[in-house]
Design a protein. Structure first.
Length: 94
């Protein structure tokens, strides 16, 4: 059975702070562990420059740090929104 966690987070046009913890939001305490996690970030900084890449990189690194047992499947940036599709290693090797 495939389980999916879908969530969105409003960044309020801010870069992630060094002490932000996404684990209460992304890591389930239930018996069901998602095989696929889809994350939508809203209101990212809209600077069409190096700052946009900086924001994208920082959020990507934070998600990777929070979910070490998952691999990025796809990533799309559309103006002020960003989408990440992340899958579990264990699900792929069943």
């Amino acid at each position: 059975m495939l389980s999916i966690l879908i969530g969105s987070f409003n960044t309020y046009k801010q870069y992630p702070s060094s002490n932000i913890d996404l684990s209460p939001w992304l890591i389930s305490k239930s018996q069901i562990i998602p095989n696929l996690i889809v994350i939508g970030l809203q209101e990212l900084p809209l600077n069409f420059s190096l700052f946009e890449q900086k924001s994208e990189y920082q959020w990507k690194k934070l998600i990777e740090k929070t979910l070490p047992d998952y691999q990025l499947l796809s990533h799309v940036r559309l103006n002020g929104t960003e989408y990440f599709d992340i899958y579990s290693f264990s699900y792929c090797f069943r």
